[in-house]
Write a protein that binds this ligand. Structure first.
Ligand SMILES: *Cc1c(COP(=O)(O)O)cnc(C)c1O
Length: 425
């Protein structure tokens, strides 16, 4: 065991980890493009984009240059009663990427806080209008983050059981598919017309953490229309789906209708610095305008609008302004479609699904297909042995690489997945 691992074991508490049974962490000391380099010199392809965040590859020179310049110009400053050029530039540029009317950007630090802010905005929107609305609607299997509000609107499961007694009231809709959509819309309407719902929150088109479960833009449009008709706000949590992941800039770009509030994080800074953003339309913003201070959104974080994170996000948007980035996204999507066809012919693999740069399938297992299933560990270890860092969720394997992955690297991941399925014969 390396000295780094020894020191880690002595001093570090890792996320989502049972330290009694967890093995040693993988010591990664550097990264470039889609490659992660370990302490012992081995390299691994970053097949899940470092927890789904990286979009342009590691160490992108354009982002590096922007960061260095920003550090030398303005590293950090308070953001209450103060502004700075990169925050304004980012807000302006994001609003141009967004549907018309989305012209207010609220900064925070990560996906969970972006969701907290969205929930608070929705709740206070009604409060400011003099209406008491105390419930939210979410979808079974949802994941919106690990802070209390975000956990409250997420799936209630093993991950948050100790805290469940403190969660606020949420009504859950079943995950929508072609087979149950009538029942889904009926239930949604019933919840929405109660007059108690502050907002509905959804992961648009794909539920990430529940295993990359995909539903159609038509379903999302109908749900959004129902919310609108019943005067319920709708929040699209684009934390995972934003910034090209679904093949378009945002998942909502596949749809006809638009939400009231949008949350962004993960790929926002190119996936290299933490930042969350909650965007709202002018109408929502205006309900917070009042001579009374307490009608403002009295929320903030020490690092709100951090200039370095803003500079990284602006540099990442520069890359999205280039054709090359969209060509990369199209290439990954094309390779995924070919691989999908192959996977559909293979044994032990079912329910192959594809959206933009996300390819996912279920490994057929006899029992216990939850997160803790044995197959997860076996698959993870096989991929590591083949130079690929890919973390399945239970029996779900998904491949969502940085868009700049090369054809050679893609083939290596493909072969690791194929050989893993062969070990199950
Ligand atoms: C990851 C994720 C979050 C939480 O973001 P963090 O930065 O991990 O707090 C929220 N919503 C969705 C859809 C996510 O995928």
């Amino acid at each position: 065991m390396s000295e780094l691992i020894d020191r880690d074991k002595e001093f570090v508490w890792h996320p989502f980890t049972q330290h009694l049974t967890a093995g040693s962490p993988l010591p990664i000391v550097s990264a470039n493009g889609c490659q992660l380099y370990a302490e012992d010199g081995k390299s691994y392809i970053d097949a899940n984009s470092s927890w789904w965040v990286n979009v342009h590859g590691h160490g992108h020179p354009h982002i590096g240059k922007a960061l260095k310049q920003q550090f030398e110009t303005l590293d950090h400053v308070v953001f209450a009663n103060v502004t700075h050029p990169k925050a304004v530039e980012l807000a302006e540029r994001l609003s141009k990427w967004m549907p018309k009317g989305f012209n207010k950007t609220f900064f925070s630090d990560n996906g969970s806080t972006a969701v907290e802010v969205a929930l608070k905005m929705a709740k206070q929107y009604w409060y400011n209008k003099g209406e008491e609305r105390n419930r939210f609607v979410a979808i079974d299997g949802a994941y919106h983050g690990d802070t209390f509000g975000a956990m409250s609107v997420g799936e209630r499961d093993l991950f948050n059981r100790p805290f469940e007694s403190l969660f606020f009231d949420v009504d859950y809709l079943p995950f929508p598919g072609e087979e149950n959509k009538d029942e889904f819309f009926e239930m949604a309407e019933k919840f929405f017309c109660s007059g108690e719902i502050a907002a509905m929150i959804v992961e648009p088109l794909v539920q990430g953490a529940s295993g990359m479960r995909i539903y159609t833009p038509e379903i999302l449009d109908t749900l959004t229309l129902l919310a609108r008709k019943n005067n319920v706000l709708i929040i699209y949590d684009e934390v995972m789906t934003g910034f090209g992941r679904t093949g378009k800039m945002f998942a909502m770009d596949h749809c006809k209708l638009i939400p009231d509030i949008v949350t962004l994080s993960k790929g926002l800074t190119g996936g290299i610095l933490p930042m969350g953003i909650t965007m709202a339309n002018q109408l929502i913003f205006e309900t917070f305008l009042s001579p009374q201070t307490e009608k403002g959104l009295l929320h903030g974080h020490s690092f709100t609008g951090n200039p370095l994170a803003c500079a990284a996000a602006c540099a990442s948007l520069d890359l999205f302004d280039q054709r090359e980035t969209w060509n990369h996204i199209e290439s990954v999507n094309g390779w995924h479609s070919e691989f999908k066809k192959e996977l559909e012919q293979l044994d032990h693999c079912t329910n192959v699904r594809l959206l933009g740069t996300i390819l996912a399938f279920d490994i057929i297992v006899d029992s216990g297909s939850g997160y803790f299933s044995e197959i997860r560990k076996k698959a993870y270890e096989h991929f590591i042995a083949h130079g690929v860092l890919l973390r399945p969720l239970g029996n779900v394997v998904f491949f969502n690489p940085p868009y700049s992955i090369s054809k050679e690297e893609y083939k290596q991941v493909k072969s690791a997945i194929r050989t893993f399925l062969e070990t199950l014969n």
